[in-house]
Design a binder for this molecule. Sequence first.
Ligand code: MN
Length: 474
Amino acid sequence: MLNTENYEFWFVTGSQSLYGEETLRSVEKDAKEIVAKLNASHQLPYPIVFKLVATTADNITKVMKEVNYNDNVAGVITWMHTFSPAKNWIRGTKLLQKPLLHLATQFLNKIPYDTIDFDYMNLNQSAHGDREYAFINARLRKNNKIISGYWGDGDVQKAMAKWMDVAVAYNESFKIKVVTFADKMRNVAVTDGDKIEAQIKFGWTVDYWGVGDLVAEVNAVSDAAIDTKYAELQKEYDFVKGQNTPEKFEHNVKYQIREYFGLKKFMDDHGYTAFTTNFEDLVGLEQLPGLAAQLLMAEGYGFAGEGDWKTAALDRLLKIMAHNEKTVFMEDYTLDLRQGHEAILGSHMLEVDPSIASDKPRVEVHPLDIGDKDDPARLVFTGMQGDAVDVTMADYGDEFKLMSYDVQGNKPESDTPHLPVAKQLWTPKQGLRDGAVGWLTLGGGHHTVLSFTIDSEQLQDLSNLFDLTYVNIK
Ligand code: MN
């Protein structure tokens, strides 16, 4: 489901005709070697395609226009082997509407003291060529990414890989379509916002559909499809009947599978890649989607509860950046304020993405005590340990603001036998007290995306592309 375009990145090497044909041939040969070796490194998530040695304003402008209209090109990587007069780059750089990485590198990782001469210096001018080129990007306020270091080093390649993931997420953002079944939860402020501005800024389409349109799809799902999926899930998860009769357990789990297929078909038929539900508006549905939402999130659909379309879109966006690994919708649920134990227990009523399960999820059926509907089936599991970021976005009315802090993810200290939901514990790296004050001061909401895959540098790079205010709470 996480299917995106078959993206590639174009590689453009800067130079000028002053050096003569022989030098330009060497520039091209070296640039092609860098591209080939980067592709062969298997460190990059997307291929790089060498395009040209750019020597004139005309050929630079032409290639940037081609980048703009080729949907499968996610961005441009530039490298200055020689000195490339940057006035040549002004028009093309201004026209470029996709992510730009200035790779500030050098063909050799050393100074060849014994052999270096003026021929070598004619060809290897990255040290000052990069500065000429970077000036014009800074002057144009391009806000592009710069990665500096030897192209063959693992850390440089890792940085390039992270930027590529950001660039692809940026491209895909303009295709995100969120369906909200019901409006937002009544009276709630932090999850509301300006949908038109979100579409202008991030490309998100957010559509309301009456829950009745979903009910029709849910009711149309065949019993055979439900039985097959039920058998599949029995292999994947532990089914724990608990206090329920066998008939009730099976019926309620199967109803969630019915909702899963109904939601999936509705979204796929209409091109939606994220959705929200609202327990206040379930007319015609037997249960609030729990297991159904969890299975869809695991497949890569974005989700948030209570009509929170901002977080649903953000969930989808960051899942794309993270290749759908360990990146989940989350909610600040309850606190441990004891000294030495300070932590936030994160969960939701039902809808916790099993991508962060550290144990085998159990399918359970329990009352919800809210929404006045039948007992929903849900996956219950324990979250994971590790470094993560917790992210949310607020709408201030005059701007959106993205914020996050680095957190340490942990497993809860013990089971919660009377709270049958999946759970994830975390503590902000600066400590719960300072983290909470930073978060609350900015008005950050309780719905977040928690990711063990992406980091704050990527959030900053993504925000730069959107010209979005980002605060990394320290
Ligand atoms: Mn919630």
